[in-house]
Write a protein that binds this ligand. Structure first.
Ligand code: SF4
Length: 386
């Protein structure tokens, strides 16, 4: 219907609790507050301030976060780039050395939880990479604290996400690789907009600002994680280069882009025919998983996103009241995501100068010991609650 559902007031009350935690942290002089914002947030938040659906606003959002008082304004797009380095190498290892295939992406925690509950026997197929949110959390209180010369115990780690399943993920007991809780609080796009309004900040009048470095510099590959097919496209751009040792001839891999459903593609990289599958909308994944279970799946790598067209359509994003506007919003946010990708000076994760730097200064190499400890995880079969 056109009216807000009766559940809205309850949801709003629950939301306020998280926003309050953020406000308290920002007001506490003993805390050093770092924030990360997911790729999908920058193509949606401006809608809350009356701008057209899908307006691209990374710079105004960075400025707003600074006005709110965050000590470091970072971006999850940086750790999306890092995910590509880790997950791409994991895929190449599994393909060349004979690991469990097909490999599944692990960046959508609702999908990970679904697999843990419904297909626990397929858990070895999941990439061991943490989601970009949790990678960022683990780095804020280690490398990030070191770069800024602050006591990691004082760092408070805030995450702005397009959905609330990221909150469940941040509370998993294993997500304390830094020695502290890696992500202290998760708020949604709508909640961030609320905080900005509440602080009396005129979002539309803000200048365009940059994200802080090193954990906020990102490439086009990192930002397309927000749209379905984006992780796959980003992975292929880098995997091609790693395997073929030359740049990929075409950066816009339009064959993996698209709407809801299941898509298959084959990419020829030298002698390797890499077969991939992209699924968006969780309802579409069961038949594919049944194929995997039966040993009939004919692909190496599968991306799964729970939301209809990926994170741009997440449940924590601004909500249009009219169903037709909801569809337009999805399309406009997807279009902005790819426009942002095309505008950025670097479009491959392996070309991000600060990704190169973090490997050199801190992590060593992809899949190395430090990466294993901070950036990878393991999964638990779970019983579905009745
Ligand atoms: Fe969250 Fe949806 Fe993105 Fe999954 S696809 S991480 S549920 S917004």
């Amino acid at each position: 219907g056109l009216l807000p559902s009766v559940k809205e007031p309850l949801f709003a009350a629950w939301n306020e609790g998280r926003a309050k935690l953020v406000k308290e942290a920002l007001a506490d002089p003993d805390r050093y507050v770092m924030v990360q914002v997911a790729p999908a947030v920058r193509v949606a938040i401006a809608e809350e301030f009356g701008m057209p659906l899908g307006s691209l606003a990374p710079g105004k959002m960075a400025a707003a976060l600074r006005r709110l008082g965050f000590d470091r304004v970072y971006s999850t797009d940086f750790t999306a780039d890092l995910t590509i380095m880790e997950e791409g190498n994991e895929l190449i290892e599994r393909v060349t050395k004979g690991g469990t295939l097909p490999m599944f992406t692990s960046c959508c925690p609702a999908w990970v939880k679904y697999l843990e509950q419904t297909y626990p026997e397929l858990l070895p197929h999941l990439s061991t990479c943490k989601s970009p949110q949790q990678m960022a959390g683990a780095l804020f209180k280690t490398y990030g604290a070191k770069v800024d010369n602050v006591d990691p115990a004082k760092v408070y780690s805030v995450s702005v996400m397009p959905c609330t399943c990221k909150d469940f993920e941040s509370g998993r007991p294993e997500m304390k690789a830094s020695g502290y809780r890696d992500v202290d609080v998760v708020i949604t796009t709508r909640e961030l907009a609320h905080l900005i309004k509440d602080a009396g900040i005129d979002f539309n009048a803000l200048p365009e600002e940059e994200y802080d470095r090193p954990l906020g510099l990102y490439t086009g590959a990192g930002t397309i994680f927000g749209a379905t097919g984006g992780v796959m496209e980003a992975a292929l751009r880098t995997a091609y280069e790693v395997i073929a040792k030359k740049p990929i001839p075409e950066l816009d891999l339009k064959f993996v882009r698209g709407g809801e459903g299941v898509r298959y593609a084959t990419v020829k990289i030298e002698d390797l025919e890499l077969k991939v599958c992209v699924v968006s909308g969780l309802k579409n994944v069961a038949p594919v998983l049944e194929q995997v279970k039966a040993g009939k799946a004919d692909f190496h790598f599968m991306e799964v996103m729970t939301c209809p067209v990926g994170c741009v359509s997440g449940g924590g994003q601004p909500k249009a009241l009219l169903p037709s506007d909801r569809l337009c919003a999805r399309m406009a946010r997807t279009e902005s995501t790819y426009r942002h990708d095309a505008q950025l000076p670097h479009r491959k994760s392996n070309e991000n100068p600060d990704i190169k730097k973090i490997y050199k200064e801190f992590l060593g190499k992809p899949l190395g010991e430090k990466s294993h400890h901070l950036l990878h995880t393991s999964y638990t079969p779970r019983r579905r609650k009745a």
